[in-house]
Design a protein around this ligand. Structure first.
Ligand code: AMP
Ligand code: MG
Length: 324
């Protein structure tokens, strides 16, 4: 993976001698208009020609530098960026408004999509983040998938099959609560497949994500990073509060024993699958209010960088009248 991937397909020669245009004529919307001949109709406009959207994480989030070994211990899970909690709650509301407005444009444009990937250790806050950050978003413009233990049907296919099927179509925001990374996390820690199998998956994941980004899907991958002490507190809260009993899974106590193995698996996944077009973003997540604010801001800033536009109005619309 390298920076050139974003540009790689722009202007690339096709076998039939046609040149694929950059297709973006400033609107961010791919177009078939500049294709020569009749092939344009047969070739989806989204294939290729999508420039890489710069991923700029909010201050406080640590972006894993592609090609460097990442040490999770170097990130303070309790960081709060020196922000005031009440200020951050207000700021979160404003970021949500930006997301809602930009999502409407993305939906109307119907040309590109945004995929939000959330990974964390148990109790890390994936569900709470999704609830908070996407509050107010038009449900029709959004798909959310929580990936569980694969069904027997899913296990009949290659490991990416079930994830690929849930990637967001043009115009939508897709949310992965857990993701294809489980296949190098729990699968590795629990030894569900031979070592050689999960080891081969990092490269396949990078290829998969490159396919998505080159096809017009911007990917934001958030790792919600909590401390072992914070997990203990959250598990205890689930045990103590009858309203939280439904969230308590006795299996989480077993998984906690594998804490170190999970941290190692996370560190390797973040190291090997942070790429220029889809870098890993590590979020200090002991403070829920901080986590929610920085993620919402990153989502809003990324949508803004995508710059989705409403489609052009039909010609002569101003002169039209609606019959009685
Ligand atoms: P939860 O997110 O708490 O509802 O739990 C979902 C469970 O599914 C977790 O224990 C995950 O480890 C497990 N899971 C998710 N994806 C996979 C996978 N690809 N292989 C095995 N287990 C998985
Ligand atoms: Mg659970």
């Amino acid at each position: 993976m390298s920076k050139k991937h974003g540009k790689h397909h722009r202007g690339q020669k096709h076998g039939d001698g046609m040149t694929e245009s950059a297709d973006l004529h400033g609107s961010g919307r791919p177009s078939t208009a500049r294709w020569a001949g009749g092939v344009a109709e047969a070739v989806p406009a989204v294939l290729g020609g999508h420039p890489q959207i710069p991923i700029r994480a909010a201050p406080g989030i640590v972006t894993v530098e592609p090609g460097t070994r990442f040490d999770l211990g170097a990130v303070d899970t309790g960081a709060d960026g020196g922000l005031d909690k009440d200020w951050a709650k207000n700021a979160l509301a404003k970021e949500r408004e930006r997301i809602v407005a930009l999502q409407e444009r993305l939906y109307a444009e119907r040309a590109r999509s945004l995929l939000l990937v959330f990974q964390a250790i148990d109790t890390g806050g994936k569900d709470g983040t999704i609830r908070s950050v996407l509050k107010g978003v038009n449900p029709q413009g959004c798909t959310v998938t929580s990936f569980k233990v694969p069904s027997s049907d899913e296990l009949e296919h290659d490991f990416l099959w079930r994830y690929h099927a849930r990637t967001p179509p043009r115009g939508l925001i897709g949310v992965f609560n857990r993701s294809h990374y489980e296949d190098v996390l729990v699968v590795r820690v629990k030894g569900l497949v031979p070592d050689a199998v999960w080891q081969s998956r990092y490269g396949r994941i990078n290829d998969f994500e490159r396919l998505l980004t080159e096809s017009g899907t911007t990917i934001l991958k958030f790792f919600l990073h909590i401390s072992k002490a914070e997990q203990k507190k959250r598990l205890e809260a689930r045990i103590a509060d009858p309203e939280k009993h439904w969230k308590f899974d006795p299996a989480d106590l077993v998984e906690r024993k594998f804490w170190d193995a999970y941290q190692q698996a996370f560190a390797d996944a973040l190291t090997r699958c942070s790429t220029p077009s889809a870098p890993w973003l590590v979020v200090p997540a002991d403070h829920k209010w901080f986590r929610n604010y920085v993620i919402a801001r990153t989502v809003a800033d990324t949508l803004e960088a995508m710059d989705p536009r409403f489609p052009e109005a039909p010609k002569g619309i101003a002169e039209l009248t609606v019959p009685d």
